[in-house]
Design a protein around this ligand. Structure first.
Ligand SMILES: [Zn+2]
Length: 136
């Protein structure tokens, strides 16, 4: 079913977490899959934020629809399929989830930690050197 069938009222209820659980889950899944739905929800969030309703704040507090730490790691490595990448991008940039932003920064630091990379490289060379020696 096309994800654009949701009414504005439904999406607002979703943002307010006022829907039945299975409906919440369904919309969340559609959000992950549909760019147009993400755009609609992003517009609603902006509209309401301007009106003094900070829907984004609720999302941030509740950590709604947060990707897992592993998903975030794959996001950094660029190994996700396009839909997932876009969803995480939406979640972090548009929703502005501070929890995931912090998580992502943490992962980024870990991945770019020169000491860790050096020691991993050293281990690799040591093991391949040992392999070369024993194969003589
Ligand atoms: Zn999050």
């Amino acid at each position: 079913m096309n994800a654009t069938h949701y009414s504005k009222e439904q999406l607002i209820s979703y943002l307010d977490e006022a829907l039945q659980n299975d409906e919440m889950v369904r919309i969340e899944q559609d959000l992950r899959a549909s760019e147009s739905l993400r755009n609609r929800v992003a517009t609603l969030i902006r509209e309401r934020d301007q009106g003094g309703h900070t829907v984004g704040e609720i999302w941030r507090r509740q950590r709604l629809s947060c990707p897992s730490r592993q998903e975030l790691g794959n996001f950094l490595l660029g190994t996700l399929v396009i839909n997932e990448t876009e969803y995480i991008d939406f979640h972090i940039r548009t929703v502005g989830c501070r929890y995931c932003q912090a998580n992502l920064m943490d992962l980024e630091t870990q991945q770019s930690n020169p000491e860790e990379i050096t020691s991993r490289r050293r281990k690799f060379f040591q093991s391949s050197a040992g392999y070369l020696k024993s194969s003589k």
